[in-house]
Design a protein. Structure first.
Length: 306
């Protein structure tokens, strides 16, 4: 990619965007590190957010930084091994983000379910298996994306080479054989399953919130009705994250189709989609931080105790 004024401006914009996202996610990770070292007991939701934030950090590094360097005019800064490693890590982080959001929305839907609901019996089981489930999911996604390095190579600029899509800093092999189609179907099926569970849990939470508001409106006064309970606030936060993630994931899928059908790298096609694709790991930490009572409780959890 040539160093033009437009590419320079886009590179500066992407670098600023990634810096803001890294600061936000690093703050959340720093917060959980302090909680662990001070002996605080992490709730199951905190365990999910730990994995989600860590996956967001690595997603920004593996997706945003190479593309930003390409805009700044750095050519062939990644060799074949570097491309394979970067793309493999990004695919694993992308899958982990999807799984963590699915787990978070499902757990929150079970948490706010009424005591007479059929889902209440899964509440204690879900609390018990949250930690092992998150740890096991890393291994599952590492195995699911085991074929990714074989489909990635360094940048190929030869126009006569077919079935290779150039991303500016790496190339992706777009084969149409049966094995690759089955492998892609497996990846799409796992992603679709998580998205389906996420959608069901989100609809369930919206329904529960709506019914709860109607009950509160008839029982309490207007002042009590205007107050938002901690459960409702947490549910609204999860719903905001789910909507942001679905938009980001959809844009990522559209970007993949766009790049596969495009014959060459274009500034608009790469950068605009990349900006929308990285919205979730950038917005996510600030949505979580806004749900914390004060900034001092984020960085100095012992301060609020005093």
């Amino acid at each position: 990619m040539k160093m033009t004024p437009a590419n320079l401006a886009m590179g500066i914009f992407l670098f600023s965007q990634i810096t803001v996202g890294m600061l936000g996610n690093s703050s959340i990770l720093f917060y959980y590190v302090i909680l662990i070292f001070t002996g605080k007991h992490l709730m199951p939701k905190d365990l999910i957010l730990e994995h989600l934030t860590f996956a967001n950090c690595l997603s920004l590094i593996t997706k945003g930084i190479p593309q930003t360097m390409a805009h700044f005019g750095f050519k062939d800064f990644l060799d074949d091994i570097g491309c394979k490693l970067i793309m493999y890590v990004y695919r694993v982080m992308r899958g982990m983000s999807l799984y963590a959001m699915c787990l978070l929305s499902s757990f929150q839907a079970i948490t706010i379910s009424p005591s007479n609901s059929r889902w209440i019996k899964f509440k204690h089981r879900a609390t018990k298996y949250i930690g092992p489930s998150c740890s096991l999911s890393w291994l599952v996604h590492m195995l699911l994306n085991i074929l990714t390095p074989a489909r990635v190579s360094g940048p190929i600029y030869n126009k006569n080479v077919t079935n290779w899509v150039n991303y500016g800093y790496c190339s992706w092999f777009a084969s149409s054989n049966v094995t690759i189609k089955l492998y892609m179907f497996l990846l799409c099926f796992s992603d679709g399953l998580c998205l389906g569970l996420m959608a069901c849990s989100s609809v369930s939470m919206v329904s529960l919130l709506y019914r709860h508001k109607r009950q509160v409106k008839h029982i309490h006064s207007v002042q009590h009705f205007l107050k938002v309970s901690p459960e409702d606030r947490a549910t609204q936060t999860v719903l905001i994250l789910v909507c942001t993630f679905v938009i980001s994931y959809s844009v990522s899928s559209i970007r993949l189709v766009f790049r596969t059908s495009s014959k060459g790298p274009t500034l608009w096609g790469i950068s605009v989609f990349l900006f929308l694709e990285t919205c979730f790991p950038i917005v996510c930490p600030f949505v979580l931080i806004s749900n914390i009572k004060s900034i001092s409780s984020l960085f100095l959890p012992c301060y609020g105790k005093r």
